[in-house]
Design a protein around this ligand. Sequence first.
Ligand code: PHB
Length: 404
Amino acid sequence: MTKKVSDNSRRQFLGGVAATAGVAAASSFVPTKFAIAGKAPVKVGILLPYSGTYAMLGNSITNAMKMRLEQAGGMLGGRPIKYIGVDSEMSVPKAAPNTKKLIDKEKVDFLVGPVHSGIAAAMAKIVGKRKTPIMIVPNAGSNAVTGPLCAPNIFRCSFSNWQPAFPGGKLMADEGHKTAITISWKYGAGIQMMAAGTESFEANGGKVIKDIQVPFPKVEFQAFLSDIAALKPDAVFAFFSGGGAVKFVKDYAAAGLKENIPLYGPGFLTEGVSAAQGAAAEGIKTTLHYSADLDNAANQKFRTDYTKAYGKGPNVFSVQGFDTASLMLQAAAAVQGDMGATGDVITAMENAVFLDSPRGQWKMSKAHNPIQNIYLRQVQGGKQKLLGIAAEALEDPAKGCKLA
Ligand code: PHB
């Protein structure tokens, strides 16, 4: 069980409602929109997975986001916060009803979610057609969300699927590999990451000889590992994450492949799970927009605070949750809590600066996606060791985004 940061926002919310109702009943005084805004809480809807293979991701994001908001006094633009959390269950069919419930029934100001690319696209199709709420994606990499589905009120604090995968393909070629097999879950994230890795591997002289797609979220890898053993590529490029990544990396080593065919991939393969993977993860090189040992003061403070609050270390997912909170804080402060001033909220978010980001400073692209370094890391002694920068200030191509 993860330890929760104490949450007194519910109490503050009830206090705010009672105070507003009292004023209305006692006189005919009609408070201005801004006076109401001064008392009522800012509503933060959260649609993340708290069960299944991505539960660790949902919890890591939520913990760090709440920690950051608590550190800022538990307020957004001078108003208390009310969280309305929903377990996405990683269900794409439930994405639309869950999103509509948070928007129409709960009337959230910020909509934070999701982890899963398929859910992200479903949410963006709904949110992008409206002026509000403001959606902040704290993980899901769906290229479309900051591509063809991009919108003024949709922002991402994580990555596009293209971003951490593209430098990984070049890395394999640079390390002398000529042939590779790609293997991932068969849905948006896996398909887009494998395409980006393949593109840069082949542009640098490599050849992908087979693309294996495993139904999501299945973890029966044996038959696929036999195929890899038979085809003997120089390298394997993989996307799995959370519980599925633990199983895949362990099965890969147990099948005797680790010593002969090096495993690469976007850093999700070992992120937040290298301890559970144990010896099977040793030596795996990945590319990602974070490394635990990044030498900056913000990262050191973040890691100390998070470990103190939750009794275990943070990971890239917590970093994304932390930065999501930073973005909300900057937006709400710019309008002094008047979330109805949507245009000003959006401008503040477009100009946001992430000085205290544990991943190092980054900024929003015109398509509302981070422009950020992609780091080369290797698991050594059960921990991520930073080897260098694989791509500096990498910006997603944002194909099809009209904002850009
Ligand atoms: C996604 O579905 O976009 C996704 C999920 C888990 C990750 C990365 C991307 O670790």
